[in-house]
Design a protein around this ligand. Structure first.
Ligand SMILES: C[S@@+](CC[C@H](N)C(=O)[O-])C[C@H]1O[C@@H](n2cnc3c(N)ncnc32)[C@H](O)[C@@H]1O
Length: 317
């Protein structure tokens, strides 16, 4: 059973909102795809620019966004449709079926509603069932990963996706503890992480479980794989002159976006030591703005979750 979810005033605050609207610049009559609908904050701002003429396709793998989508439809009156699913799969499906778009937005990661709802198990700050699935219908949760993952695999996940310095020690402690009793709740995991970290390190750089929780969430939801698959599908969907914007929240995501845009801007795939291009591949996108945009100090003060956000945009050639 899904929890009852009614939109409230404390819903997700859209990050870099003015910058997103400026980069995507939707015009009346255009087709917008918001691939990470969430509470529909960005979608509402983008839809306003359509002035009642155009359509918006919303995607989210979390079915609890449905009431937010209904509110969006009621308040904007825009022609809109919600697809429940993983965005790379939905974008690929739409592209294969010849559906075009003028504007595509990906605002990555979890929403405030997912983080703040204890039963979703994303937060290290409250004791809750160990879950972290963005789609509560997905087969694989943090519970399976933490109780069944091999020690080496867990350490690698913590190191790579969380940049956790004590990855090996934490993985070892998890495997030792689960031999007696499997992990069921976030609180148990937090205790084991704290105990595995040397005492002085427990008080530096934020909550001691923050990096491990981020790493588990990225792995459980295959966040980097989904992003890498979604970018070419988004490019395929975009019409000439179409605009793409991606908001990422950590360097691993931003690197995938940056590399993809660079390769599309470059076009040619010949080895660098070839004196002449023989592949004939043309640039397909132009990054604009050239560099990633960061939130202002005023935005971070208003919405601390914007702190690590980076926005990259591009126009299809
Ligand atoms: C940061 S929130 C988006 C908030 C939204 N822009 C707003 O203004 O309310 C990210 C949303 O994207 C969804 N999401 C993240 N990765 C996804 C994926 N690979 N496929 C589909 N939905 C995804 C999450 O479930 C979440 O609802």
């Amino acid at each position: 059973m899904l929890p009852s979810v009614l939109p409230t005033e404390s819903d997700h605050i859209p990050v870099l909102a003015d910058e997103v609207v400026a980069a995507l610049d939707p015009r009346p009559g255009e087709a917008i795809v918001d691939a990470t609908f969430g509470a529909g904050g960005h979608a509402s701002l983008l839809a306003k620019r359509l002035q009642g003429d155009g359509k918006l396709t919303a995607i989210d793998r979390d079915p609890t966004v449905a009431p937010y989508f209904e509110r969006f439809r009621r308040e904007t009156g825009v022609k809109a449709r919600l697809h429940h699913g993983e965005f790379s799969a939905v974008l690929e499906h739409l592209a294969e079926n010849g559906v075009g778009a003028d504007v595509i937005l990906l605002d990555l990661g979890v929403s405030s509603m997912q983080l703040d709802r204890p039963d979703r198990g994303f937060s290290y700050a409250v004791d809750a069932p160990l879950d972290m699935r963005m789609d509560p219908g997905a087969a694989y949760s943090a519970r399976e990963l933490v109780n069944e993952g091999e020690e080496g695999q867990l350490a690698e996940i913590f190191r790579r996706y969380g940049e956790e310095r004590y990855a090996r020690q934490i993985a070892r402690a998890i495997v030792k503890r689960r031999q007696g009793r499997p992990f069921e709740r976030t609180g148990d995991l937090v205790e084991v992480i704290k105990a595995a970290i040397p005492a002085p390190a427990r008080f530096g750089e934020g909550h001691p479980a923050k990096r491990v929780f981020q790493a588990l969430r990225i792995e459980v939801n295959d966040e980097l794989g989904a992003l890498a698959r979604a970018l070419p599908a988004a490019l395929q969907m975009l019409r000439p002159g179409g605009r793409l914007a991606v908001i990422s929240f950590h360097s691993l995501e931003d690197r995938i976006v940056k590399r993809f845009l660079r390769s599309q801007e470059h076009g040619c795939t010949c080895p660098p030591d070839f004196p002449l291009c023989v592949c004939g591949a043309e640039p397909t996108m132009r990054a604009t703005p050239r560099r990633a945009l960061r939130p202002s100090a005023a935005e971070i003060a208003r919405n601390p979750r914007a702190q690590s956000a980076r926005l990259r945009g591009a126009v299809k050639a």
